[in-house]
Design a protein around this ligand. Structure first.
Ligand SMILES: N[C@@H](CCC(=O)N[C@@H](CS)C(=O)NCC(=O)O)C(=O)O
Length: 259
């Protein structure tokens, strides 16, 4: 059978994109990576204006977790992200909801200048400038002149980020919120190897791994705090060989941006 053609549209800084990127690396599916211009994503995307979008043999779909399930169907001979057993599958879905509702906002919150504790504002601005640099570097033709220096403002204004972090505004600092979330993950991993009730890595593990490793690899500061959580660290290390790439596939973060 001829090899399926897979094209993956994202931006380097998109958490949802990082999840899908992780799925593709874990399954070792050869794919073409297309970084879209985040200012006018609709010009580069085959559908809509949100990333990630995946195209398999000309068929396009959006939405990160459903994309993972679609990849299982399209590539049944690769490691499966969703278990067959219905109880285990329900546990993966519930863990994936936690990732969407809790883990991803914790990451966005950390780089949202307006909501950060005042003492951490310089660091948060430095991190958002770093994100601007990474997006500029990976966007074909670069961002419009000077925009990368305005990235903190761009992040502050993005509607989907505002909606996501709004309920968290009453939390303590971004760091404290992130520490609470990592502690919760550490407790989940205390008595088991994977986030959901599965015997092998699932959609939840691969997504969460990419979400924790991606911002660290992009060079944001303070993103190595997971090391302080022994169970999270053990789990990150166990999964690393399977998700880090090294198989000639486009890595989660391009080598020249990588630490
Ligand atoms: N539920 C979607 C969310 C995707 C999403 O919010 N993507 C952001 C980038 S991280 C985006 O492109 N937002 C632009 C918009 O919604 O207009 C998924 O899981 O893929």
């Amino acid at each position: 059978m001829p090899r399926k053609s897979v094209r993956f549209y994202t931006y380097v800084s998109s958490p949802y994109g990082m999840k899908v990127h992780g799925y593709l690396l874990y399954k070792q599916i050869p794919f073409e990576l297309v970084y879209v211009n985040p200012i006018h994503p609709e010009k580069d995307l085959p559908m809509g204006r949100a990333v990630p979008v995946l195209e398999i043999d000309g068929e396009v779909r959006a939405d990160s977790s459903p994309i993972g399930i679609w990849l299982d169907e399209a590539f049944p001979d690769t490691p499966q992200l969703m278990p067959d057993d219905p109880t285990a599958a329900a546990s993966v879905h519930s863990a994936d909801t936690w990732i969407t509702d809790v883990l991803i906002p914790a990451i966005f919150y950390r780089v949202h200048p307006r909501l950060t504790a005042p003492g951490n504002l310089p660091r948060t601005i430095a991190d958002t400038l770093r994100l601007g640099y990474c997006v500029d570097y990976t966007t074909p033709g670069g961002l419009p002149f000077g925009l990368r220096y305005l990235w903190p403002l761009f992040i502050n204004r993005a509607g989907f980020i505002r909606r996501m972090v709004a309920p968290l505004a009453s939390s303590a600092s971004a760091e404290a919120y992130r520490a609470t979330v990592l502690s919760a993950l550490d407790r989940k991993l205390r008595d088991r190897d994977f986030i959901a009730e599965t015997n092998t890595p699932s959609l939840a593990d691969i997504g969460a791994w990419a979400l924790i490793a991606g911002p660290y690899l992009l060079g944001l500061r303070g993103m190595d705090d997971y090391i302080a959580h022994a169970n999270v660290l053990r789990w990150m290390r166990t999964l690393e060989p399977a998700v880090r790439g090294g198989t000639g596939l486009p890595p989660l973060v391009p080598a020249l941006l990588n630490r």
